[in-house]
Design a protein around this ligand. Structure first.
Ligand code: XMP
Length: 509
C-alpha cells in the first residue's frame, strides 16, 4: 500500500484516489502518526501532501524525521516537499512572487517521475513559499519561470519532491507522474481491485460477526444498499434490515427498492410505516434546523424500537464512506480541521450497545458504485442520485403537510422522468423539485389562478462539496415546466434555480 501523510491539504483525498485509480491500495494518515505505527503498515511508498501552512509557522504540521531513513520511497508534494527540504538541511523562503495557476515546467534532469515526458509540460502551481537551497545529495530536476526549484530528487534514497500539484487535473502528465512513482519507484503491484476488496471484506465480516446478528437501516440509497448487499453476502439471513417510511420519501421509493434490491437478494427486511408519527411531529414546524432535528431523533426512536425486537442483534451495519472517516479525523490532532462528523445513525450504537460494522469505510463513492456492480446490484440502483436523510421535508419551504408533500412528490417525479428521458440523469449529481412557500397569480383556461410555485434544482458536482448549477437545455426546461403545470394540481408557476455552491447549498434548507 501507499500512505498519504496528511499535512492539511484539501487535495489529500484526490491524491489517494489517483493512487487507487491504478489498482494500488492507498490510505490517508494524519501527520501525527507514530513512526512505529507507520512502519507496521508496511507501505511501499509514502506521499507527503501539500498543506496551507508555511514551514516556518508555529505549529506547522510535521512528522518524525526518521521517516526519511526508513528506506521507503517518498514523494513530497508542495508543503510535503518543503518539509523534506527543510528537515534534511535545505532552505525554504517566502517567494517574492506567489505562483498560482498554470506554469510551464522545464525538465532539467531525467528522473523516473518524468519518464517519457520530453523537455517539459504545463502544470498547476499553488504556493507562496519556495525551496532556495537543497539538502545534500539532492538535485533540481525541473524549474518554472518563477520557481527555479520546482522538482527535486535524491535518486539514491528514492526521495522526490514536486512543487507542482500532480493530483489536480490541470497538471498535464499529473496522473502519469503518480503512476511512475507507484510502479517505477515503489515497484507496487496492481492488486487493489473491487473483486479483491469484496472477497477480503466478506471474510472480515464473517470473522467479526460469526453467528451473531447485524441490523441496519436501509434507505434505498446507494451506500446503504451496497453495504447491506456485502454484509448479506457474508452472513446471509443473519442480516436484518429496517426500512422506515417516514412519509418524506419520493414517489414509489419503496417499490423501487423492492424491485431493484430486495427481489434479488432474499433479504430479511422489515418495512415500518411511520408516516403519521413523522408528520405529526413536523406539524407547524418551519425552521429548517428544527425539521432536521425532529426527523433525526424520530428516526432513531423508530429504528431503536424495531431493532430491540430483533433477538440477539449485536452489530449495527452502516454505509459510512471513506470521505466521512477522513473528514472526521483531524490532521493535526486538534479539533480545528474536523469538517463534519458522520451523518449516519449517530448516537444509536452507544445507547444500544451495538458494535459497528462499516464495510465501506475505506471506499470513495465511485468505488462503492464499482463494488455494487461487482456484487451484481442493478444499475438503476447503483446510479441513483443522492437523496438527503430528512427527505422531502427540506425541499418543502415552510409548513409540511400531506397535501404539500403530494404536490412535491408529483412534480419531482415528472422532473426526474424527463431528466431520465433526456439522458441526463447520470450526468447530474442531483436534480429535484422544491416547493416554495409562496402562491402566485396565473391564468389558465381563461380563469385566474392563485397557486403554488415549484423551483427546479439541478446541479453537477464531483463530491457535493462544491457544485455548479446545471445548464439544462431550454427545450427540456420548457417540457418540464409545461408538464408540471398541466399535470400537478395547484401548481401554476415553475422557476429554475441558477445558484452554484458556494454561495448556495445544493438543498434549499
Ligand atoms: P448541501 O445542501 O449541504 O448538500 O449542499 C450536500 C449533499 O448532502 C446531501 N444532504 C444530506 N444527506 N443527510 C444526508 O444524508 C442530510 O441531512 C443531508 N443534507 C444534505 C445533499 O442532498 C447533497 O447531496
Amino acid at each position: 500500500m501507499i500512505i498519504v501523510i496528511d499535512f492539511g491539504s484539501q487535495f489529500n483525498q484526490l491524491i489517494a484516489r489517483r493512487v487507487r485509480e491504478n489498482d494500488v491500495y492507498c490510505q490517508v494518515e494524519p501527520a501525527g502518526i507514530p513512526i512505529d505505527k507507520l512502519k507496521a503498515l508496511n507501505p511501499q511508498g509514502i506521499i507527503l501532501s501539500g498543506g496551507p501552512s508555511s514551514i516556518y509557522e508555529d505549529n506547522s504540521p510535521s512528522i518524525d524525521k526518521s521517516l526519511f531513513d526508513l528506506g521507503i520511497p517518498i514523494l513530497g508534494i508542495c508543503y510535503g516537499m518543503h518539509y523534506m527540504v527543510h528537515t534534511l538541511g535545505g532552505k525554504i523562503k517566502k517567494a517574492s512572487k506567489r505562483e498560482y495557476g498554470f506554469a510551464n515546467l522545464d525538465i532539467k534532469e531525467s528522473n523516473p517521475l518524468f519518464k517519457d515526458m520530453g523537455t517539459g509540460f504545463q502544470c498547476w502551481m499553488s504556493h507562496g513559499d519556495s525551496a532556495i537551497e537543497l539538502p545534500e545529495n539532492f538535485v533540481i530536476t525541473a524549474s518554472t519561470k518563477n520557481t527555479s526549484i520546482a522538482a527535486i530528487a535524491n535518486h539514491e534514497k528514492k526521495l522526490y519532491g514536486l512543487q507542482l500539484h500532480p493530483e489536480v487535473e490541470h497538471s498535464i502528465n499529473g496522473s502519469r507522474m503518480i503512476r511512475h512513482f507507484l510502479f517505477d519507484v515503489c515497484n507496487c503491484q496492481k492488486n487493489w481491485t473491487m473483486k479483491s476488496f469484496c472477497d477480503g471484506a466478506v471474510s472480515q465480516i464473517k470473522a467479526a460477526v460469526g453467528d451473531k446478528k447485524v441490523i441496519m437501516g436501509l434507505s434505498g440509497g446507494v451506500d446503504s444498499s451496497v453495504a447491506a448487499t456485502l454484509i448479506h453476502k457474508a452472513i446471509g439471513k443473519n442480516l436484518f434490515c429496517i426500512f422506515v417510511d417516514n412519509g418524506l420519501l419520493r414517489k414509489n421509493e419503496k417499490q423501487a427498492l423492492e424491485k431493484s434490491l430486495i427481489s434479488s437478494l432474499d433479504l430479511n427486511i422489515k418495512f415500518i410505516d411511520a408516516k403519521d408519527k413523522f408528520l405529526f411531529a413536523l406539524k407547524d414546524v418551519i425552521d429548517p434546523e428544527k425539521k432536521r432535528k425532529i426527523i433525526g431523533n424520530l428516526f432513531i426512536e423508530v429504528f431503536e424500537a424495531q431493532a430491540t425486537k430483533i433477538d440477539g442483534a449485536q452489530f449495527l451495519g452502516q454505509g459510512t464512506l471513506y470521505p466521512d472517516i477522513i473528514e472526521s479525523k483531524s490532521a493535526f490532532g486538534g479539533p480545528t480541521s474536523i469538517i463534519k462528523s458522520h451523518h449516519n445513525v449517530g448516537g444509536l450504537p452507544e445507547k444500544m450497545k451495538l458494535k459497528l460494522i462499516e464495510p465501506l469505510q475505506l471506499l470513495f463513492k465511485d468505488e462503492v458504485r464499482k463494488l455494487g456492480t461487482q456484487l451484481g446490484i442493478k444499475d438503476e440502483l447503483i446510479w441513483r442520485q443522492p437523496f438527503p436523510g430528512p427527505g422531502l421535508a427540506i425541499r418543502i419551504m415552510g409548513e409540511i403537510t400531506s397535501s404539500r408533500l403530494e404536490i412535491l412528490r408529483e412534480a419531482d417525479a415528472i422532473l426526474l422522468e424527463e431528466i431520465r428521458k433526456a439522458g441526463l440523469y447520470r450526468k447530474l449529481w442531483q436534480s429535484f423539485a422544491v416547493l416554495l412557500p409562496v402562491k402566485t397569480v396565473g391564468v389558465m383556461g381563461d380563469k385566474r389562478t392563485f397557486a403554488n410555485c415549484i423551483a427546479i434544482r439541478a446541479v453537477t458536482s464531483n463530491d457535493a462539496m462544491t457544485a455548479d448549477w446545471a445548464k439544462l437545455p431550454h427545450d427540456l426546461l420548457g417540457i418540464i415546466s409545461n408538464r408540471i403545470i398541466n399535470e400537478v394540481e395547484n401548481i401554476n408557476r415553475v422557476v429554475f434555480d441558477i445558484t452554484s455552491k458556494p454561495p448556495g447549498t445544493i438543498e434549499w434548507e
